[in-house]
Write a protein that binds this ligand. Structure first.
Ligand code: URA
Length: 432
């Protein structure tokens, strides 16, 4: 078998066999297939797609590229959640401690920032000392003892996704249903949870630009999981503006802390309560979502969810003083306030532009070797539906870079301000 033949087949819109997909994954992970060859195949998949059988083979081969965790010796139902990625999406860091504070066992493998979207692992690493490279033993011990652990893909667990994820990020091949479905589901299956909740986002800040594609991606992933006997559900939610106000790693962690104290943005808080209540029912801790939601709200009010966050971060080596005193986080040297050029109501905030601008300010990677500036990003001062006066503050940029005029212009233009405002009633759908 030869990688050139495999690339040629997909370029010519032909179906790949299990053996060919196995060959590609095995030899990309062992280094025999080079990045430039893998890039060509990824682009062919991006352009020509894969059928359901090819996607399930790809997922399985990626999962089998490393170890698969067996969590069966940890009592109870182990739950996991994953978002397809968005701008300002810090849900896992809020939701994980919330559900763990009510007895759920969250065993999660996350990813880094991808394209214009941020990643949970980078956000965790913005907390000084916090490790995401737990050994399998440490991971299982932590889930058993405190009910929550989050790790990254590594040489042992889903090494294929570790390499492919980073390569897709710099080759324009992220937004593809087969590649996203196999990336997410291979991680979820390798990390061993019994039930999985997916948040499939669509809109300008998401990889899926419309609801039809998001639904297709959701159905694809739910079916992969079901065929393997897992309880998988997928929410389809919109990402037409960033989630919450903060975009950028340590800025988002500060918003996580506010949210766990009950002072978070409404959209972020509501999404976490909805997803959390579904997960608690999946974990069979509650019989219905209403009761679960009441309990989640209580644990925010009584501080138990925040204390679980502190316990989780401390166990992974993070300095808890930053969580108790968020003012300790490094602040970027250059803080730029942006003001509205007109009066009216915010109708839309182009999340893609905000995500890309945050990346250019230093908050994300443009090439494989870029080092993220944990203090860089954007804090929105207005959200969709808000009234704005001419000259009022709409966004604040945080960066250690100079020459940001182009970025400033783009962020101001990302705000669509009109005389009137008609709310969008979409409330999300659940695929099960
Ligand atoms: N999250 C992942 O883990 N993989 C993707 O491809 C996209 C989002």
């Amino acid at each position: 078998m030869d990688i050139l033949d495999i690339i040629g087949k997909k370029r010519d819109k032909k179906e790949l066999t299990r053996e060919e997909i196995h060959y590609f994954i095995k030899h990309y992970v062992d280094g025999e297939i080079k990045d430039y060859q893998a890039s060509a195949l990824l682009m062919a998949i991006y352009l020509n797609g894969m059928n359901d059988l090819e996607i399930s083979y790809l997922t399985d081969e990626m999962k089998n590229s490393g170890d698969t965790l067996d969590l069966s010796d940890i009592p109870g139902i182990k739950v996991d959640k994953h978002s397809t990625g968005g701008v300002g999406d810090k849900v896992s860091l809020v939701l994980g401690p919330m559900v763990a504070s009510l007895g759920a066992k969250l065993a999660k493998m996350s990813g880094r920032g991808l394209g214009h979207t941020g990643g949970t692992l980078d956000k965790l690493e913005s907390i000084p000392g916090c490790r995401i490279d737990l050994s399998e033993e440490e991971f299982k011990k932590q889930v058993r003892e405190i009910g929550i652990a989050i790790i990254g893909q590594n040489e042992e667990l889903d090494p294929a996704d570790k390499k492919l994820y980073a390569l897709r990020d710099v080759t324009g091949t992220v937004a593809s249903i087969p590649l996203i479905a196999s990336s997410i589901m291979s991680k979820k299956l390798a990390s061993g949870a019994d039930s999985i909740l997916l948040d499939v986002k669509f809109g300008s800040g998401a990889f899926m630009k419309n609801m039809k594609d998001a639904r297709k991606l959701a159905v694809t992933m739910v079916n992969i999981g079901k065929n393997l006997g897992k309880d998988v559900k997928a929410e389809v939610t919109d990402m037409d503006q960033p989630l919450g106000y903060a975009v950028g790693n340590n800025l988002e962690v500060k918003e996580v802390i506010d949210t766990l104290h009950g002072h978070g943005p409404k959209d972020l808080t509501e999404l976490c309560l909805n997803s959390g209540s579904i997960m608690l029912v999946q974990a069979k801790i509650f019989n219905n979502e209403n009761d679960a939601k009441i309990a989640l709200k209580e644990n925010i009010q009584n501080g138990k969810a925040f204390e679980k966050f502190v316990e989780f971060i401390s166990r992974q080596g993070g300095d808890k003083e930053y969580l108790y005193h968020p003012e300790k986080f490094e602040v970027a040297s250059n803080i730029i306030e942006l003001y509205s050029k007109k009066a009216g109501y915010v109708n839309r905030i182009d999340a893609l532009t905000i995500g890309e601008s945050s990346m250019k300010l230093g908050g994300g990677r443009e090439t494989l070797d870029d080092i993220i500036d944990m203090s860089a990003g954007i804090v929105l001062n207005k959200k969709i539906g808000d009234k704005v006066e001419k000259g009022e503050l709409i966004a604040t940029l945080y960066t250690n870079k100079d020459n940001t005029e182009e970025i400033e212009k783009n962020v101001i233009e990302a705000f669509d301000i009109k005389k009137t405002f008609k709310p969008n009633k979409f409330e999300g759908i659940l695929i099960e």
